[in-house]
Design a protein around this ligand. Structure first.
Ligand code: 5GP
Length: 121
């Protein structure tokens, strides 16, 4: 697939509209178009990485930043105390739909302790 047709890349380039809730030099976060919970945010790096299989040592700082910003967004959305889940899907069996590394930040309701069936969220 041509990267120019990638939905998240196009959100980054303002070619597709999204409700951006955070942006800095490294990271952009926006509301998921089809939220599975009251809070469902997608967080992406500003550089293209296909999925977690495609990271290397040079991405360690970026990945740390992504986790730090995820926790800050959770606090901003006031779900840090009630709880939330971070999900990174990779490839077909995990149901990765968009080939652009992203973290789902999901919360605002009880998610249960099931980690292997996201349909239950
Ligand atoms: P994945 O299954 O790849 O981990 O997650 C992709 C996510 O992207 C899904 O939760 C889906 O709802 C979301 N998504 C797909 N298309 C769009 C879009 O055009 N805009 C936004 N904001 N989210 C999208």
């Amino acid at each position: 697939m041509n990267i120019d047709n990638n939905i998240f890349k196009n959100i980054l380039n303002n070619k597709i509209k999204a409700n951006i809730i955070y942006k800095d030099k490294y990271i952009t976060a926006f509301d998921d178009i089809n939220p599975k919970a009251p809070v469902h945010i997608i967080l992406i790096p500003n550089i293209y990485i296909k999925n977690i299989n495609h990271i290397d040592k040079s991405n360690i700082y970026l990945l740390g930043k992504m986790l730090l910003v995820s926790s800050k967004i959770a606090k901003f959305k006031n779900i840090n105390k009630s709880g939330y889940r971070l999900i990174i899907n990779c490839n077909k069996d995990a149901g990765q739909e968009i080939n652009y590394l992203h973290i789902h930040i999901i919360g605002g309701k009880y998610l249960g302790n099931i980690i292997c069936n996201c349909n239950k969220i």
